[in-house]
Design a protein around this ligand. Structure first.
Ligand code: FAD
Length: 494
């Protein structure tokens, strides 16, 4: 007999709810624990998984396998071409291993919930159990309600209730230990699982060798890296987070989203570690940087709760249905210019080039680039949402969808639609010396002073032209008026 843990977006040993449960059951029953990961190319397609994100995940599997092997636990990894074959393949594997218990952490996207529901029935019909548990949020979805018993659709009251709930249920922050060493028999019985190769990425999602090397250096993977990053962020930078977090040229944020997306660290561990550094030992009150950082990690929970409560956001629909009727512009040239970072708005271009170069974009820049697409270019926000998912190493459906909904004013608790960032003012405010622009738009590096924010209109046109940097593809003031009209008209047509 054996117990199986199915890894998905939880690629870590420490503080992994389902893995800890699986380990306990195996220990009690005195049987081996087997771990598995199923690579699903169709899921990569359906979820627009970025090649850099797949590469990060595959590299992480190799680390995970080594760590598990030290506990004498095998990690079986295989590719299942069609996603509807996954339930049957799991059943086959369980039969092969003589396993009757399967554990996994829950994923809240509509497709995944449907799959899990099906699998519970499928396995129980064959005399096997499948236990799916909450893990990815600090507070599981469904626990928080307004005074009148409704779901929160506004962040601030939700956040107050989130903090209060955790303070009343401190066990939510407790850490799960990794499973214990497997009985010696695991290697004898399942030795072949310890060295089956980890598959490569599907062809259409593979990085070339140069990219692989570059990303490996840029984004070291695995849970040890994640913990190291969290510890050093908490020791060195969290105190200054509230001031530093909006300056994209700096190093003010944690970059832990990359790890949270693949589950190499849990949100619980992030919140607990930060809280423990707060003298008050609370989530709110005390060090401003710590409190602000925890409230940002809370946004991640918030958007997952929204997904569970309003699953239609997974189906290409805006959270606010009244924004379904905006007459978007379908200017493909503008869209391509935005994707390539050639809009002639240096700050927006720097943001988009940061994304294509390193698979990551600073939060402030995500908001500005998204607002620029939806409002200045009046291009359907869903095209941008998709493009981000296809390129982000931290691509995460709930947070990305939430961020786009916020920036395009169609989501849950969004910016009001008439709030339209002026990309030039944002540039001056958050990149006052143009460091971020100079880094990511190197052809402008020689432009001095404030002209960097808008070279063609600030006396550096000749220089910009010489480098081939494009003129602004639109005029912000006119676009602003157009967006206001389109949003208003859309609302009237609703
Ligand atoms: P820190 O500032 O160190 O924050 C710590 C953690 O809190 C982050 O790692 C993240 O898990 C969470 N967090 C912070 N801000 C937010 C937020 N606004 N929404 C949700 N969680 C947040 N985040 C993703 O993880 N994946 C995405 O695909 C994604 N797409 C986005 C798209 C848009 C248009 C916008 C505006 C935001 C998006 N975000 C996304 C949220 C945010 O930009 C990133 O989480 C953040 O930039 C990650 O950097 P960090 O880890 O250094 O963040």
């Amino acid at each position: 007999d054996a117990v199986v843990h199915w890894f998905k977006m939880d690629l870590r040993l420490w503080d992994n709810t389902a893995l800890a449960h699986a380990g306990e059951v195996a220990k009690k029953a005195g049987v081996p624990l087997i771990c598995m990961y199923l690579v699903s190319p169709q899921d990569f397609e359906a979820h627009l998984r970025a090649p850099v994100r797949i590469d990060f995940m595959l590299r992480t599997l190799a680390v995970l396998r080594q760590d598990l092997a030290k506990l004498d636990i095998p990690l079986h990894v295989e590719t299942v071409e069609k996603r509807n074959q996954i339930p049957d393949r799991i059943l086959e594997l369980m039969d092969e291993w003589g396993a009757s218990h399967l554990f996994a952490n829950m994923e809240y996207e509509a497709d995944e919930l449907r799959r899990e529901r099906h699998l519970v029935r499928h396995l129980s019909g064959k005399g096997k159990s499948f236990e799916v548990v909450h893990d990815t949020c600090v507070v599981p979805p469904g626990r928080l309600q307004t005074g009148s018993g409704k779901q929160y659709a506004v962040y601030t009251p939700w956040y107050r209730s989130w903090v209060a709930y955790i303070h009343e249920n401190l066990d939510l922050l407790e850490q799960f230990e990794p499973p214990g060493r497997n009985p010696e028999s695991a290697r004898n019985k399942f030795g072949h699982l310890f060295d089956c190769p980890i598959p490569g990425a599907p062809k259409n999602k593979a990085l070339c060798d140069e990219e692989k090397r570059r990303y490996q250096k840029l984004w070291p993977c695995g849970e040890h890296e994640a913990v190291k990053r969290l510890e050093s962020f908490c020791q060195e930078r969290i105190g200054g987070y509230s001031d530093a977090r909006n300056i994209p040229a700096g190093n003010g944020t944690s970059c832990l989203s990359v790890h949270l997306a693949s589950g190499t660290i849990s949100a619980r561990t992030c919140v607990r570690t930060a809280r423990d550094r707060n003298k008050t030992k609370r989530l709110n009150g005390g060090n401003n940087g710590i409190v602000t950082w925890i409230s940002e990690v809370a946004w991640r929970d918030f958007y997952r709760h929204v997904l569970v409560n309003w699953p239609y956001v997974c189906m290409n629909k805006p959270f606010k249905p009244e924004y379904s009727n905006i007459a978007w512009s379908y200017n493909e040239e503008h869209f391509v210019a935005w994707c390539e970072g050639k809009t002639g708005f240096p700050f927006v271009d720097a943001a988009m080039r940061q994304l294509s170069n390193i698979g990551y974009m600073h939060n402030r820049c995500r908001m500005i680039a998204a607002c620029f697409l939806a409002k200045d270019l009046l291009i359907d926000w869903r095209k941008g949402e998709r493009y981000f998912m296809e390129h982000l190493i931290d691509g995460d459906f709930a947070s990305n969808n939430g961020g786009w909904g916020f920036s395009a004013s169609v989501g849950v608790d969004p910016q009001p639609y008439f709030r339209i960032f002026n990309p030039l003012l944002q540039s001056e405010k958050f990149d006052p010396n143009g460091e971020y622009i100079r880094k990511w738009v190197p052809e402008l590096a020689g432009i001095e002073g404030k002209a960097i924010h808008d070279p063609y209109n600030r006396g550096a046109g000749d220089e910009a032209r010489r480098t081939g940097y494009p003129r602004p593809i639109v005029e912000h003031k006119a676009c602003r008026e157009r967006a206001l009209r389109a949003y208003k008209q859309g609302l009237e047509n609703a």
